[in-house]
Design a binder for this molecule. Structure first.
Ligand code: KIV
Ligand code: ZN
Length: 514
């Protein structure tokens, strides 16, 4: 058995299922390109049958991203498998179809209403159909950890006989505990006759906070692929955080022996930041590996120890995961060329028109702020992601706040070279700005989440606002905006959410949202 652990990233599929994490095509492409630089082995790019947007994203990633295997998810249903096959086709030999079917008693009886024999038949048929399109086929018995082990072994043997090259064992509801999950993998290794004809994979959810421990127990018992997401984003409590399993394997080589991944660990922090920006999901400060405090030492005793010898309180070198890189900030005097070169270095692939749009914002910010850091620039890219001709643009914002009077806002928005003005009062300055935008756009959103963060340090720091809005159809739409002024950043974020939903709908494209 090989010692290599295959890293299967499902940030763009399972991660994107997280409420409010929905990304548009441009955002998905940025994440996929960074995953390529991180050198993951497999990118699950989406669930192609679910929407035109998902299909297009998988197809574009299969066409443009080189290196990793590109997988598309499908139920054991003909139309799903055919959509996945068509979407991953541009990847050629690197295409994978990932089919799944629930196998646990509770899913069989209450969700699928199917008996054992039917499950076995559907699983085999699904794998055979996928195999007729593609050599590389993965099968997942959904809710495997709650499936009777004897039946699970039967399913695994059947799908391998039908042609599955990887069999994934999901802990779909995060119910497993490490010893038992490790034992389940060992049981399959010992009891499935053709087990060596496929790679065993695991896919752990984090409902009990055990996803990393379960994944590690699985590889100690013979699993050779780990599925997870960057920053651990995903349904409910999320999926296993890939950066955590990768660094656990590397840091505790004394326990895991020769088991290794081929992830370029110095790209980890950058990947975490890109996923956080693109998905609008912030990383908690004390999150392992990538949280702001992961390598910060505040107590005097710790600082003293660190100064004497770093290893007294640090088990990993932060540089190994991408912390501490020096960045030379840009200033208002930097030209378009220097800014474009920095954007390229940061991993953004923008068209000329998009660079132009970011440059306009860069100059505005450069006038207000002495240094424009890499994080500032990334925030500006986010802010300018919507192509110029597709959405409303903020031309002017005026907000007045006076004691004893309701805050009042006036905005000028433009679209298709036409400008319109809107005015409104509000409960606060942000509310007034949003209502003034509503007056122009003719829609009204209910603000459900609002988050503001300083992108860098200092009194002139750029404020980045991420908000989630419901425009009346129950979906959470994420909007992002950045400015040195938080009211303006809020107005930009709200407008971004409007553009991501209504403009796309008017253009006949599926709206981006959950
Ligand atoms: O959690 C799960 O069971 C899944 C499968 C589709 C692999 O995401
Ligand atoms: Zn999952």
């Amino acid at each position: 058995m090989s010692d290599k652990i295959i890293i299967f990233d499902t940030t763009l599929r399972d991660g994107e299922q997280c409420p409010g994490a929905s990304m548009n095509l441009r955002e998905k492409m940025e994440v996929a390109r960074q995953l390529e630089r991180l050198n993951v082995d497999v990118i699950e790019a989406g669930f192609p049958v679910t929407s035109e947007g998902d299909f297009e994203a998988v197809q574009r990633i299969a066409t443009e991203v080189r290196g990793p295997i590109i997988a598309g998810l499908a139920r054991c249903v003909t139309k799903d498998i055919e959509a996945a096959a068509a979407a991953v086709k541009p990847a050629g030999e690197r295409g994978r179809i990932h089919v799944f079917l629930a196998t646990s008693k509770i899913h069989r009886e209450h969700k699928l209403r199917k008996a054992h024999e039917e499950i076995l038949r559907l699983a085999a048929e699904g794998v055979r159909l996928a195999k007729s399109h593609n050599k590389d086929v993965e099968f997942s018995p959904e809710d495997a950890s709650r499936t009777e082990p004897e039946f699970l072994a039967q399913v695994v043997e059947t799908v391998i006989a039908a042609g599955a090259t990887t069999v994934n064992i999901p802990d779909t509801v995060g119910f497993a505990v490490p010893e038992q999950f490790g034992a389940l993998i060992k049981y399959l290794k010992d009891n499935v006759r053709n087990i060596d004809d496929a790679i065993i994979s695991v896919h752990c959810h984090n409902d009990l906070g055990l996803a990393v421990a379960n994944s590690l127990a699985a590889v100690q018992n013979g699993a050779r692929q780990i599925e997870g997401t960057i920053n651990g984003i995903g349904e409910r409590a999320g999926n296993v955080a890939l950066e955590e399993v990768v660094m656990a394997l590397k840091t505790r080589a004394d326990i895991f022996g020769q088991l290794r991944t081929e992830v370029h660990t110095r790209e980890i922090l950058k990947t975490s930041r890109i996923v956080s920006r693109m998905s609008g999901l912030h990383v908690q400060r004390s999150k392992a590996i990538v949280g702001e405090n992961a390598f910060a030492h505040s107590s005097g005793i710790h600082q003293d120890g660190m100064l004497k010898m770093r290893e007294t309180y640090e088990i990993m070198n932060p540089v190994e995961v991408g912390w501490g890189g020096t960045e030379l900030p840009l200033t208002k005097h930097s030209g378009r060329h220097a800014m474009a070169a920095r954007l390229e270095h940061l991993g953004f692939k923008l068209s000329d028109a998009e660079i132009g749009a970011v440059f306009v914002r860069f100059k505005e910010i450069g006038d207000k702020k002495k240094f424009v850091y890499d994080d500032d620039l990334s925030a500006l890219v986010d802010d300018s992601m919507m192509p110029q001709d597709e959405g409303w643009q903020l031309q002017k914002l005026d907000v007045s706040v006076a004691t004893g009077q309701p805050p009042r806002a006036s905005v000028v928005l433009s679209r298709d070279n036409e400008s319109s003005e809107g005015n409104a009062d509000g409960n606060g300055a942000v509310d007034a700005a949003m209502r003034a935008i509503d007056a122009v756009v003719g829609r009204s959103g209910n603000l459900l989440e609002y988050n503001v963060q300083a992108v860098t340090q200092g009194h002139d720091a750029l404020g980045e606002v991420t908000l989630k809005v419901d425009f009346g159809d129950g979906r959470l739409i994420t909007g992002k905006g950045a400015s040195t002024d938080v009211i303006e950043a809020s107005a930009r974020a709200y407008l971004n959410a409007i553009n991501r939903t209504f403009i796309r709908r008017e253009l006949g494209e599926p709206a981006q949202g959950v």
